[in-house]
Write a protein that binds this ligand. Structure first.
Ligand SMILES: NC(=O)c1ccc[n+]([C@@H]2O[C@H](COP(=O)([O-])OP(=O)(O)OC[C@H]3O[C@@H](n4cnc5c(N)ncnc54)[C@H](O)[C@@H]3O)[C@@H](O)[C@H]2O)c1
Length: 273
């Protein structure tokens, strides 16, 4: 697969009003994209984000579309408004997520079904139809909790393992051959954003809180990265990574590939008696 040229492309970023999504949008603009759509539930934050982008990159480089990724028609409208404004859409960043375990059905709807909706809309309709070059790219933001569990957070863990799984399936060459859309997974390590702010108040019970506090990655002293440190690495993956690959980006370091062991590779099968 050739390098994907970001220059002049158009990106739609869910959860793009703040945190990692916003940082990815800015990193893409710094690499020369024509425009970005910030699709987010947070209207005030999103509109402010557009102003910040315009101040830095010029008028007309970003639009905000109020989008709840649990709502299929709002999600579709985000694609439509992107095409209306920028004529094309080449890159979809499925990034929006929440970490409120108590609201686990909503969490699964946002974190997993939201990525599913976005990938369906992007892969099956909008990207093949409106890409400006030969290929398009979908980045699915999973987590280090999508390759090993955060045991105090079963809902978040399940949603992120789910995103990992759908990326492996939709990223397979069997799909790419027909769609020319690369589907790539990104698993950030702990990143300084608002995501964790209400997490501990929204665990199932206090028992989960004790487990949460003893999870090494969630220890306050565990190394962290800023969204600004990690976002250029995501841009690099858009340019270079092969469809169906999954990458961990932690501690501000360059991405490294995560691969699940294949069943056939288990030499000594541990059969139960
Ligand atoms: N921060 C971390 O430590 C970390 C670690 C691993 C993975 N991640 C993943 O990175 C991604 C971004 O997280 P973040 O840390 O920037 O979080 P954040 O809370 O700072 O930002 C998330 C954004 O998503 C938006 N959002 C929430 N629900 C939405 C919905 N239903 N529809 C549309 N937008 C919605 C919010 O308004 C917000 O702007 C998420 O997928 C998260 O799971 C974060």
């Amino acid at each position: 697969m050739a390098t994907f040229d970001i220059n002049g492309k158009v990106a739609l970023v869910t959860g793009g009003a703040s945190g990692i999504g916003y940082a990815i949008a800015v990193a893409l603009l710094a690499k020369g994209v024509k425009g970005v759509t910030l699709a987010d539930v947070a209207t005030e934050v999103g509109e402010r984000a557009v102003k910040e982008i315009e101040a830095k990159f010029g008028e007309g480089k970003a639009i905000f579309v109020k989008t709840d990724v649990t709502n299929a028609s709002e999600f579709e409208e985000a694609f439509q408004k992107t095409v209306e404004k920028f004529q094309n859409v080449d890159i979809l960043i499925n990034n929006a997520a929440i970490a409120l375990e108590k609201h686990w059905e909503r969490l699964i709807d946002v974190n997993l079904c939201g990525v599913f909706r976005g990938t369906l809309l992007g892969l099956e309709t909008y990207l093949p139809k409106y890409k400006s070059g030969e290929e398009a790219v979908i980045i699915n933001v999973s987590s280090i909790a999508g390759v090993a569990p955060f045991v105090a957070c079963p809902a978040y863990t399940a949603s992120k393992f789910g995103v990992h799984g759908l990326t492996l399936a939709w990223g397979h060459p069997a799909h790419f051959k027909d769609t020319k859309v690369k589907v790539i997974g990104v698993c950030p390590g702990i990143t300084l954003t608002q995501l964790g702010a209400e997490s501990t108040e929204n665990l199932f019970t206090d028992r989960y809180k004790n487990i949460y506090l003893s999870t090494p990655e969630l220890d306050p002293n565990h190394p962290k990265q800023t969204p600004e440190e990690m976002s250029p690495h995501v841009v690099r993956l858009i340019e270079k990574a092969t469809s169906g690959t999954v990458w961990i980006v932690e501690e501000g370091q360059p991405p490294y590939q995560y691969e699940m062991i294949k069943r056939e590779q288990i030499e000594d099968k541990n059969y139960i008696d």
